[in-house]
Design a protein around this ligand. Structure first.
Ligand code: PLP
Length: 394
């Protein structure tokens, strides 16, 4: 059975071009970039090349005297980048003890904020409306002279909703606070202009943009004192200890280069497929809702609620046809709770439970989308026939 992969916000395939770039760094050029000898030292030069490609994708134009894009720090993942950004921002603003974030961030931010809160840091979570849009008035009211950092995701991983980050930077800076954005889902899909908007920190994850798992980027603007989260050797200019994940870093550089080159063409193709899926589903299946800010959304993400049925059952029926997607629930204490994102958006329980996230990539085809819609129609009908809620609720 053919796999139809519509779960690209969970992870993406490593592109063949990326893998090809990586391969020599396993068995041939395996030197340690910190070594003095040419065998290792020449690897360091490749890492610097990759760093420049990453900086270009993020619109970070600064190069130091050696031509290095030193605002880019390689990490192990998006989660590490998020944790480090908050840690570093709080240290860079001593005397300020408040983090302003949103109710719909990824756990890489929210759980770190819970830890900070237990340690005495004030954490304010800005609410969103029913479309997942940030309450900008609440943001303005909450950011003050106690705020060390405003941390808001560029785009939401469940609904694709895009936050107005440029505006958030202005609000943060006006109060003397720093601004971080978790751009894990946006990088490669949205135009990111770190210099243009003057953001202080950005997080990116390799495996969401066709590079391997286990590598990430933290953009940290020059001039802001930096406090590492991981201490060790002199790697990454003492900002992140540990021998570099060389092959993955090289792969990430190539993935960033390709994403930048192909972004516009890919976006058009992906958005057309996403719109076609939503069109097919809305015209053939009653009682559905599409979640998120439909005007400001990632091109690849579609969060669809099918009322009165369980998302997990839908996923199982899709899986039987080789179709991979995600549900909008999290298994907590044995019961399936709608995700914190859907709850923050006040999506009614009857709809939130039956929410599926489809997330596409440039590799998807119209045939795959048509096949998915064709599988969904009978699957939803079947599940609703056996759903007491559907009979009651209709
Ligand atoms: N932030 C967002 C918005 C994400 O979607 C994810 C992963 O799903 C992460 C952070 C964490 O990234 P990683 O898996 O690289 O730790």
């Amino acid at each position: 059975m053919k796999t139809i992969y519509l779960d690209n916000n969970a992870t993406t395939a490593v592109r063949p071009e990326v893998l090809e770039k990586m391969l020599p760094f396993f068995c041939e050029r395996y030197g340690n970039p910190s070594s003095i000898h040419t065998f290792g030292g020449s690897v360091a030069a490749e890492i610097e090349e990759a760093r420049c490609r990453c900086a270009e994708l993020l619109g970070a134009g600064f190069r130091d005297r050696d031509g290095k894009a030193s605002e880019i720090i390689f990490t192990s993942c998006g989660t590490e980048s998020d944790n480090t950004a908050l840690h570093a921002a709080l240290k860079a603003r001593p005397g300020r003890n408040k983090v302003v974030t949103s109710a719909v961030e990824h756990p890489a931010i929210l759980h770190y904020c819970e830890k900070l809160n237990r340690e005495g840091v004030e954490v304010v979570k800005i609410p969103v409306d029913e479309r997942g849009r940030l309450d900008m008035e609440a943001l303005k009211r909450s950011v003050d002279e106690k705020t060390a950092v405003v941390s808001l995701m560029w785009a939401n991983n469940e609904t694709g909703t895009i936050f107005p980050i440029a505006e958030a930077v202005k609000i943060a800076h006006a109060a003397g606070a720093l601004c971080h954005s978790d751009a894990v889902q946006a990088a490669g899909k949205e135009l990111i202009d770190a210099d243009g908007i003057g953001i202080d920190f950005l997080s990116v994850s390799g495996h969401k943009l066709h590079a391997p798992k286990g590598v990430g980027i933290l953009f940290a603007r020059r001039g802001i004192p930096f406090a590492p989260l991981i201490w060790g050797g002199h790697q990454e200019r003492m900002r992140r200890g540990g021998t570099e994940n060389v092959a993955s870093v090289i792969g990430l550089g190539e993935a960033c280069r390709l994403a930048r080159l192909e972004r516009e063409t890919a976006r058009k193709h992906i958005a057309a497929l996403r719109d076609h899926l939503e069109q097919e589903v809305s015209s053939r299946i009653p009682r559905i809702r599409i979640n998120g800010d439909l005007e400001h959304r990632l091109c690849n993400t579609s969060s669809i609620s099918f009322e009165y049925i369980e998302g997990e059952s839908i996923l199982m029926l899709l899986d039987m046809n080789g179709i991979c997607a995600s549900s909008g629930s999290a298994c907590t204490t044995g019961s399936l709770e709608p995700s914190h994102v859907l709850r923050a958006m006040n999506v009614p329980y009857t709809a939130a439970h039956g929410t599926i996230r489809f997330s596409l990539s440039a590799a998807n085809t119209l045939e795959e989308i048509d096949f998915t819609a064709a599988c969904l129609v009978p699957a939803i009908e079947r599940l609703r026939q056996i759903s007491p809620y559907w009979r009651e609720g209709k």
